[in-house]
Design a protein around this ligand. Structure first.
Ligand code: SF4
Length: 179
């Protein structure tokens, strides 16, 4: 097991007299820097930066950060929730590290899919063949990874969209869904 123990720090971040949230940081006695490219390969919606290095990820309302010496999570409602989520993240790091022989590490920084960029390349006829009312709704779902390009029939059926289709395929293949 890579992380066998950690020191947990839980801080209160106050927005007003009544409103506050907790932020938790697990300070680690081991360097988890070598795990981060494996996390990047496994968690497709995360964001890896080789300078640092650091890996960030969003889960529900929480921003989660992994650095070589710590794991941090924000937007927590209770101390119990902080302990539970940090525990799960530590388990996740350990599991990914144990499976590292099966995973191709990924040290690239992937951009996110941008709905407007996708929308500009779609036919923009609002024909509804994909089941969406508008091409913009389709672009929103595509950027969120909730549909596939192939659902847009005209893009594949009509030769006039060939260049845009190639560009869209490149965006989908190289970028990650927005959370
Ligand atoms: S099928 Fe394609 S062109 Fe028609 S509404 Fe959907 S995204 Fe737009």
């Amino acid at each position: 097991m890579l992380i066998e123990s950690y020191d947990l720090a839980i801080e209160v971040s106050r927005h007003s007299a009544e409103e506050f949230e907790y932020e938790a940081v697990a300070h680690l006695p081991v360097d988890i820097g070598p795990v981060l490219p494996y996390l990047n390969a496994t968690m497709k919606s995360g964001f890896y930066l080789s300078d640092g290095p650091a890996f960030s990820w969003r889960q529900d309302d929480h921003k989660i950060g992994f650095w070589p010496d710590r794991i941090a999570v924000d937007h927590l409602e209770t101390r119990e929730q902080a302990r539970k989520i940090i525990d799960e993240l530590v388990k996740l790091v350990n599991q990914v590290w144990e499976r590292r022989e099966e995973i191709e590490p990924d040290s690239r920084t992937h951009e996110n899919l941008q709905p407007l960029e996708l929308y500009r390349l779609l036919p923009r006829t609002n024909c509804k063949a994909c089941g969406e009312n508008t091409c913009f709704n389709f672009a929103l779902k595509l950027a969120a990874g909730q549909t596939t390009l192939e659902q847009c029939g005209p893009l594949y059926a009509q030769k006039e969209y060939e260049e845009e289709r190639t560009q869209l395929e490149w965006h989908v293949a190289t970028k990650r869904p927005l959370l």
